[in-house]
Design a protein around this ligand. Sequence first.
Ligand SMILES: Cc1cc2nc3c(=O)[nH]c(=O)nc-3n(C[C@H](O)[C@H](O)[C@H](O)COP(=O)(O)OP(=O)(O)OC[C@H]3O[C@@H](n4cnc5c(N)ncnc54)[C@H](O)[C@@H]3O)c2cc1C
Length: 406
Amino acid sequence: MNNTLVICGHGMVAQRLLERLCAQPKPAFSRIVVLSGEPAPAYNRIQLSSLLAGDAKEDSLTLKPDDWFQRHGIERRHGDPVARIDRENREVITASGHREAYGKLVIATGSRSARLGLPGEDLNGVVGFRDLRDTRTLIELSQKYRRAVVIGGGFLGLEAAEGLRCRGMSVTVLHRSSHLLNRQLDRVGGSLLEQALQERGLNVRTGTSPLSLLGKQQLRAVQLADETLISTDLVVVAAGITPNAELGRDAGLDCDRGIQVNGQMQTSDPDIYALGECCQLGKETFGLVEPGYEQADVLARVLSEKDSNACFEPSVLATRLKISGIPIFSSGQTEADDRTESVVWQDYETNRYCRLMIRDQRLTGAVLFGETSDGPWYHERIRHADDITQYRANLAFGKDYCNAAA
Ligand SMILES: Cc1cc2nc3c(=O)[nH]c(=O)nc-3n(C[C@H](O)[C@H](O)[C@H](O)COP(=O)(O)OP(=O)(O)OC[C@H]3O[C@@H](n4cnc5c(N)ncnc54)[C@H](O)[C@@H]3O)c2cc1C
């Protein structure tokens, strides 16, 4: 029986899986082959924001040097994406026609910038923000042009906007929702962020959507739903992500938005697994690296241990914005509902804000702006559903006051 593990995609989560497999006491496979669509081996995608802003160099994004792969006998094939999975013959076929037979197959193809479905989306000057190639393009265009519009005021859009601003561009952010980072922040947090970004020189328009992107071949302007025209030479599309699930879908695996998996990351074919941003567990897809890492840890055990009981369970995630000088932390619930009480603390002078959401004497959400050092402590209380009765009166003042009161 073929004991080769083939991995489609070499991003951050596939790399974590490789590292966990190599750390197992006994090798589970006689061969491991990684097939990547990108020309470079896995790199720190999260740091693309810093690269764009000029705060990091490309070299510093490398996750493992070449000799690490050689030492562990991992074969790599880059710049040749997998085009098809032939389940009957248990092999994958790449765009160049290369065939690779598998015993077990892992799909870790991540996701891509969601398309907007707008007229003009294919014009020159419309770019996503997903990989090294996009980032190089953005850096190049920032040297050529002065004006940019970023569509999407989530964390990716804001990091793109700030990066381009740092490179000297005049940037406008368009965001459909009524406040920025609406998935991570409440209204007050979102408007404090908007104010801080505007003070830095970013233009922000919330509650608005583009209607079309105008130009002949080259983008010239963005038309908004209210007929406003914004002249621009560059549009960055950062309005959500779409899982790269096509390989699984075309091969007949159960798919919804992503490739459906169970808690052991197994797809509807028992010899094929999926993890990271291309997979879906129940109704949930994933857009942060942490759950992908947890999935990789589980899958390494599933693939290495006989009858493993390892199982991935999604948990509450914390997010931080990586824009320097604007500390933001959020975890769990962000807006109160009729079963939730809120504790709010705001210092207008220093621009600090803290909103904590409580249900049945348990912390269910935290939104922090300006001062975030206690963020991880709040996050732990949320994750463990700790009873806060003893220190509730001190909750907004942070860990030290709560510990003293407990
Ligand atoms: C600019 C930026 C900033 C981010 N910041 C944060 C952050 O601060 N915190 C956080 O938690 N997350 C952040 N993320 C998200 C994080 O990078 C992802 O959650 C993580 O990279 C997902 O890992 P993955 O391996 O599932 O997918 P990816 O890292 O996207 O890797 C998938 C790889 O598969 C390749 N591929 C696709 N199709 C094929 C195919 N057919 N054949 C072969 N290869 C294929 C892709 O080209 C890619 O190289 C950020 C993302 C970006 C783009």
